[in-house]
Design a protein around this ligand. Structure first.
Ligand SMILES: NC(=O)c1ccc[n+]([C@@H]2O[C@H](COP(=O)([O-])OP(=O)(O)OC[C@H]3O[C@@H](n4cnc5c(N)ncnc54)[C@H](O)[C@@H]3O)[C@@H](O)[C@H]2O)c1
Length: 295
């Protein structure tokens, strides 16, 4: 059993560290087909373990505390709100401005064409700010879920706070602040921790740009995010205004009966039979849900 868990975790790590969308997708599909084969075996092993515990208990030297618990998929969709208590501003809370800027100035292909220096300066500031903040309790509490569940985090955030907290399976729908990519070849993505300036070129002598999905651009990780959401046994949505599409539409891909927890001090949606709302900050709301799930 422990060999399977180690193997499973290694597959998840490989999937996360794959740098391109294509590689991530292939790793995800392989991991799923392997899971299909392994799950019956895992369940059989759990069952054996369960029977062993019963017979031990009958002999009076082991108390049964666990029930059979096949690995369940928890999918977590996060937005800017989960990073607010780390000190990174959201933008809906600032009247639709992102750090004082109209998003179309700094987060659109037109903005980049009109004033690339302003755009680079904007992301340079966001990148240096990122080096000064740390994950908060909500990021950290989500990591604890990995002890018991298959956890996939689909984030709209461009910060790396989930990774720094220790989450192993994070998909960035809208790109990453700490990466840049070639304008000539969008598959050419580089790690980038310092400022990016005009004249920083890729190996094809083309200007590098922030690895951010701007408004009006395709969202390459969306298909993978949909596949993962469709397999959710439990869905958590944290700190998002549900205004940015296609990310906001992911909720529609969860199976009808899937329990959904929505955590946001100003929730943008209403409760339903399977959707419960915690109108509070991420640090307190996530702790409550995680405690409930870990029992
Ligand atoms: N940290 C980041 O990476 C960051 C920061 C700002 C904007 N963005 C980008 O802007 C887009 C914004 O969409 P969005 O829906 O993610 O954010 P948003 O700014 O549209 O909405 C933020 C949401 O967070 C909630 N919120 C505020 N404080 C909270 C707290 N302490 N705990 C929980 N929730 C809290 C608000 O009520 C709101 O619903 C994203 O695509 C993202 O790429 C990213």
């Amino acid at each position: 059993m422990s060999i399977l868990v180690v193997f499973w975790n290694r597959m998840k790590k490989n999937c996360t560290s794959a740098s391109s969308a294509g590689l991530s997708r292939i790793a995800f599909l392989i991991q799923n087909s392997i899971l299909d084969t392994l799950l019956p075996l895992v369940e059989a092993l759990e069952l054996t373990n369960f029977k062993l515990k019963i017979s031990n208990a009958q002999r009076g030297y082991n108390k049964i505390t666990n029930h059979i618990n096949p690995m369940q998929n928890i999918v977590v969709l996060t937005g800017a709100g989960i990073s607010a208590e780390s000190g990174i501003n959201t933008f809906r809370d600032a009247n639709g401005l992102w750090e004082g800027h109209d998003v179309m100035e700094v987060a659109s292909p037109q903005g980049w064409r009109n004033n690339p220096e302003l755009v680079l300066d904007f992301y340079n500031k966001r990148r240096s700010q990122l080096h000064t903040v740390t994950p908060n309790k909500a990021h950290l509490d989500l990591v604890a879920l990995e002890d018991k569940f298959n956890v996939s985090i689909i984030t709209q955030n461009v910060d790396d706070l989930h990774e720094r907290a220790g989450s192993n399976n994070v998909i960035h729908l809208h790109g990453e602040l700490l990466k840049v990519r070639s304008q000539f070849d969008e598959q050419l993505v580089l790690d980038w921790k310092h400022d990016l300036i005009l004249g920083d070129h890729c190996e094809h002598n083309s200007q590098l740009r922030p690895h951010i999905v701007w408004f009006g651009e395709a969202v390459p990780m969306m298909d993978l995010a949909i596949e993962i959401t469709e397999q959710a046994d439990i869905l958590m949505i944290i700190g998002t205004s549900m205004q940015v599409y296609p990310a906001a539409g992911l909720l529609q891909y969860a199976r009808h009966q899937t329990p959904v927890y929505f955590i946001d001090p100003n929730p943008a949606i209403s409760p339903t039979e399977h959707l419960s709302i915690l109108s509070e900050k991420a640090t307190t709301g996530v702790a409550k849900v995680v405690e409930e799930l870990l029992g």
